[in-house]
Write a protein that binds this ligand. Structure first.
Ligand SMILES: C[S@@+](CC[C@H](N)C(=O)[O-])C[C@H]1O[C@@H](n2cnc3c(N)ncnc32)[C@H](O)[C@@H]1O
Length: 255
C-alpha cells in the first residue's frame, strides 16, 4: 500500500537508527536529517530503499513495538515483553474497554490503545497531571488519542466517572491492593485484572488482597528475555540483559 501524506513513518539506516517523520510530499524537516524532499517517498513501497544525502535508509510504518520504543519518556515505561504478556493474559482485543491506573509516559497505554482500537476505549487514572499530559502527547503523536481518556485523581479513593464496566483493569502503581476496593466495582464479572509491581513484597500483598476479595485464577509471574548474538561462526547469549523489570499478577473477577 502506497504511503499517504500525514502518516507517521520512520527511516531506518543500516545500523538500525530510526528517524521519525509525519509524511509530507513537499519539503519537510526530518529529525536528525534536516530538510528532505518528501516527493521521493510518494511512490515507495514499505521497506524500500531511499537515498538521502548519499546515505541509504529503508522506510517503514511503525508497529506497536516501535511506537512504544519511540515515546518521549518521563517515568519508566513498561517493557514490550511485559506489555505483550499483559495483553495476552488479560485477553485485551479490539472493542474492549480497559481501565488503567498509572499513565506514566503512556507506554502501556499505547499498547492497550493499539489493541482495543478502533472500537474499544482506554480510561487512564493518574494522580500527576504532568504524567497524564506527557502520556497524552505520546498517544496523540501516534494517532491513538481517539480511543483514550483520562481522569486525574488518586486511584485509591477517587470517584471514577464512567457508565460502563471494564473488560480489564491494569494497575501499574506501588500499592494496587489499596485501590482494589475502590476500582473493582468498575470491572465486569469475569473481567481480568493485572497488577504490575517491581518488588516481591508488593506482589505478595496484591496476591493476598485478590484472594481475600474472591478473585480466581490468581497467578504471579516474571518474564525474563535474553537476546542472542548471531555472528558468522558463533552464536551466544547476549552479555547484556535487562535482569529485572517487574512482577505481573493476574486474576479474574467472579460474579
Ligand atoms: C511507573 S509509572 C507507569 C508507567 C506506565 N505504565 C508506562 O508504561 O509508561 C506509575 C504511574 O502511576 C501513577 N500513580 C501511582 N500511584 C497512583 C495512584 N494511587 N493513583 C493514580 N496514579 C498513580 C504515577 O504518578 C505514575 O505516573
Amino acid at each position: 500500500m502506497s504511503f499517504q501524506e500525514g502518516e507517521l513513518v520512520y527511516l531506518e539506516d543500516a545500523g538500525g537508527k530510526r528517524s521519525w517523520m509525519k509524511l509530507s510530499f513537499g519539503m519537510m524537516k526530518v529529525q536528525s536529517l534536516g530538510a528532505v524532499d518528501g516527493s521521493k517517498f510518494r511512490d515507495l513501497e514499505e521497506g524500500e530503499k531511499v537515498t538521502i544525502v548519499g546515505r541509504d535508509y529503508r522506510i517503514f510504518r511503525p508497529g506497536v513495538l516501535e511506537l512504544m520504543e519511540s515515546l518521549d519518556r518521563g517515568a519508566q515505561i513498561i517493557s514490550a515483553k511485559d506489555a505483550a504478556t499483559i495483553l495476552m493474559h488479560c485477553d485485551i482485543k479490539a472493542g474492549d474497554k480497559v481501565i488503567e491506573v498509572g499513565a506514566g509516559s503512556g507506554g502501556l497505554t499505547t499498547a492497550l490503545l493499539h489493541a482495543v482500537a478502533p472500537t474499544g476505549q482506554v480510561l487512564t487514572l493518574e494522580f500527576r497531571e504532568e504524567n497524564a499530559v506527557r502520556a497524552g502527547k505520546n498517544v496523540s503523536r501516534v494517532g491513538l488519542h481517539k480511543y483514550w481518556s483520562y481522569q486525574i485523581g488518586d486511584a485509591r479513593d477517587m470517584d471514577v466517572d464512567v457508565d460502563w464496566k471494564a473488560d480489564a483493569l491494569t494497575m501499574d502503581m506501588p500499592d494496587p491492593w489499596l485501590a482494589l476496593g475502590n476500582l473493582e466495582g468498575h470491572l465486569r464479572s469475569g473481567g481480568r485484572l493485572c497488577a504490575y509491581v517491581p518488588n516481591m513484597n508488593q506482589a505478595e500483598s496484591i496476591v493476598n488482597a485478590l484472594r481475600e476479595h474472591g478473585y480466581v485464577d490468581v497467578h504471579a509471574l516474571e518474564n525474563m528475555q535474553r537476546g542472542l548474538e548471531v555472528h558468522p561462526g558463533g552464536v551466544r547469549p547476549s552479555f547484556e540483559m535487562l535482569g529485572h523489570t517487574g512482577y505481573l499478577i493476574f486474576a479474574r473477577k467472579t460474579a
